[in-house]
Write a protein that binds this ligand. Sequence first.
Ligand SMILES: Nc1nc2c(ncn2[C@@H]2O[C@H](COP(=O)(O)OP(=O)(O)O)[C@@H](O)[C@H]2O)c(=O)[nH]1
Ligand SMILES: [Mg+2]
Length: 302
Amino acid sequence: MRENVCILIPTLNEGQTIGRLVRAYRELGFGDVLVIDGHSTDNTVAEATAAGARVVQQAGAGKGMAVQQAFNMIDKEITVMVDGDGTYLPEEVDRLIAPVASGIADQATGNRFANYGKGAFTFLNHTGNKMLNWVFNITYHVRYNDILTGYRAFNKKALRAMNLNQSGFGIETVLTVECIKKDLRLCEVPITYLPRLHGAPTKLSPIEDGFKIGYTIYSLGKTYNPMLYFTFISIAFMGLGTLLGVYIVYDRFFVWPPIDHIPLTILATLLIIFGFQLFIFGYLIDMIFLSQREMLREIRGR
Ligand SMILES: Nc1nc2c(ncn2[C@@H]2O[C@H](COP(=O)(O)OP(=O)(O)O)[C@@H](O)[C@H]2O)c(=O)[nH]1
Ligand SMILES: [Mg+2]
């Protein structure tokens, strides 16, 4: 079975860990280890090659582009994607492969929250991850624990179906969202998450990337759950209108002599009506989307 699996490792300056990692997968019986490198300036390429990996230099920059490029080079039945920083355990790979190989899922993701080492998450990282998962679950009507994990396995069908060509978005988010959008089956398995080695800093900046990922979920969610999107804007308009209204009513009835705010009254009315219209609009779009999704499901035959 192992000969039908490709181990895909995107790397950027992971010289301290990549050699050991590649060797571990090869010892587990995986002949095809593909390292897609983002022009590392350390000994990553030499280490990976020496350990027996197929090393390819990516075009362009960023992990997203690297993964997209690698996807086009893989023709194995199952692909396992893992970070090159040694924070995931090679010996747990079968936990991810099993549900995909047995046909239960098209993509299996490793839930890092199941078992993480001390210092594996920084406080900010932990809180941010929890928050994004929460927002994600509300937007997509799902229940997952760890959408941004770096340890995943997918079958060929998922590999071909997912459209990763959405530049500027976090690749992990896209992998999960695309899976839901294309009606693929996703399943989470518990895994171990270790802290990074000392002196091998993460490539992420938690705040900036947190915003980016939040924006990704929001803008991808717009086309998946328009109701939520329109409801937010609608509440903003109606809220503003109502606040103005309270102020107007107060000045008119609770102040002596009464003050009339005629232009403001018109504005408040407009804001509330506009907000309400947005809400109706969102509701209509939601219905169109729902029936469209039903139809797609019918066409796909399940
Ligand atoms: N090819 C490629 N790999 C990258 C790039 N940026 C990060 N990576 C790799 O992607 C994996 C995940 O990045 P990492 O810094 O560990 O993110 P974290 O696990 O979320 O802290 C690591 O193996 C990195 O070396 C890039 O621009 N190109
Ligand atoms: Mg990592």
